[in-house]
Structures are given as structure tokens and as C-alpha cells.
Design a protein around this ligand. Sequence first.
Ligand code: AVI
Length: 323
Amino acid sequence: MRYRFHNYHPPAEDLLGEVLSGLACQPKRLSPKFFYDRRGSQLFEAITRLPEYYPTRTEIGILREQGGRIAEHLGHETVLIELGSGSPDKIRVLLDSLRPAVYMPVDISGEHLRDSSSHIARDYPDLQIEAVCADYSNGLQLPEMPADTARAAFFPGSSIGNFEPAVAIDLLRNVGHELGPGGAMLIGVDLKKDFHKLDAAYNDNQQITEAFNLNLLTRINREADANFDINHFDHLAFYNEDEGRIEMHLVSTCDQEVRVDGRRFHFTSGETIHTENSYKYNVNEFHDLASEAGYKAENVWIDNDELFSVHCLRVDSLAGNAD
Ligand code: AVI
């Protein structure tokens, strides 16, 4: 069997519990991991093709250009673990240059994972695929893999930027434990840059990012028995210079009360739900973060316009906690 699907997806109560506690916080917040139901994953794919959203095509350009060098670092015939099976074009570039023995995409959205990995299975019939539906932000649980096959991780799209730096360090450390000493990680990280360029990437003219942000409420209505009226919330995204991050929020456009699973939450006009952070790092800042997580920085590739970076990290010291 060349294709297997492993379902470690958290039960629905996890969503409900996290939504209830997030809305009880002051300021209110919701985790960005809940963006990715089937519709949210489709909207995110549409975002990656927007003219304003430079990260995806820039990262793919780097992967294409540096395929040979990347393979020298990551090696061939590995178990290639992809965290967040985001853009189908990206992984194809990497599969072509790395030719891994096993491809293991890990994604929180089961529907999206099934769709994308079955397309890969069709186009790469000799590749063993072990698709894992899991929330990797809560510790990485992976199926058994052959002990004698080297492991490499691919963490594309600057998804690491969606975690608070301290959480990002824990996450990278956990992945390091799965890779083992000497294991390699290829990770895409969005760079700090002129804030107009950043603002535009999260406030696109076609308002796809707005639809992506609002879809979170539609999902909660469906899966947590809630009654958000999406006509009474606006998309807000801006670069917070002090924190070095894009923030996304949903702004209540009036005083209103929303019911979630029988509980009532009051919103004043202008009050926001903080839905996402997207941290941006210059190269040195990211090297410091990787080193705190137990990795040595081996190489970094940057596009000519200095928009995006792709780092090769090597597991150096496994000290610290693993979940
Ligand atoms: C998945 N993640 C890296 C995207 C980002 O840029 O932070 C999610 C996104 N949010 C709005 N647009 C894209």
C-alpha cells in the first residue's frame, strides 16, 4: 500500500472549548488554526495566488532555484515530513529535487489533506505517502517510521510566524525530537520589510483575505452552534511595528450579543476578536530563535528583492522539553 491516511484529529469539543475560552478572554481571541476547514483551506490557496501575497511565489522561486543545494543539505531517500500541507506547487518542486522515500504531510484539515495528498499519490505513483491529520501545534504525534531512514522536515510558508516566538521555539524543539540528532529542517520565513508591502499582502483588493478571516465565524456557527452575523463584523489587518507582526482581527461593527453553544458573549461597537499574528523575522532574529530551539543554522537563501527567506537548520542539541 503506497498511500495511508492516519487520523489523529482532535475531537470537535476541542474547537468548542477553545472558542469558549478565547471569547471569554479580554481582549477576545480565536486561534488561527481554526481557519482551515475545507472552505478556509480553499480560501488560503486563493490567497497564495493573489498579486499582493508575495510569500508563496517567492518561496517557490527560491525552492526552484536552489533545488540542488537544498538536496545536498536534506539528502535523498528520506522520510520527508511536511508541516502544514499548504501549497501543492511547493511540495512538488521539493519532491522532484529531493526524491524522498516517504512523504509524510501533516495537516490539521483532514479534507484538505485528503484532497492534496491523493493528487500527489496519483502523480507520484512510486512514492510512499503517509498522510497525518493532526494538530501539530499541540505536540507532534507521528506514525512509526523505518528507524534506519533519515528524516527531514519541510515547514513552508512562514507558518512558524503564526506562533508566538516562545511557542514557536517549543514547536521547533518538538519537531527536532522527531527528526533526531543531525536531522535537517527546511523552513520558510517571511522577512521584515516596508510595512506598506506587508499591509497590502493582508488587505488584498479582491478581499479574499477578508473572506478567509470571516469564514472563521461561519465555521464556528456550524461547528459550535453559534449565531455570529458575519455582516456585523469587519476584517482588520495591520503591521504592528513594535511586535514585528501582522495582526488580523474581526471588528464588531455594532453593540451586539452572540450565542455560542448556549452561552452569550457581548460585543461593543469597535471591539475586536484577535484572530491571527504573523511574525516577520530578519535573518539574525530567526537564527537566534532556531538556536534557542536547539538547531544550528546551516544555510539561508533569500530572493533578490529580500522579501522571503528559506533556512536550512540542523538539529544540534536536544536539550529541553519535548511534549
Ligand atoms: C499560513 N500563514 C503563514 C499565513 C500568513 O501569512 O500568516 C496565513 C494568512 N493569513 C492571512 N493571509 C495569509
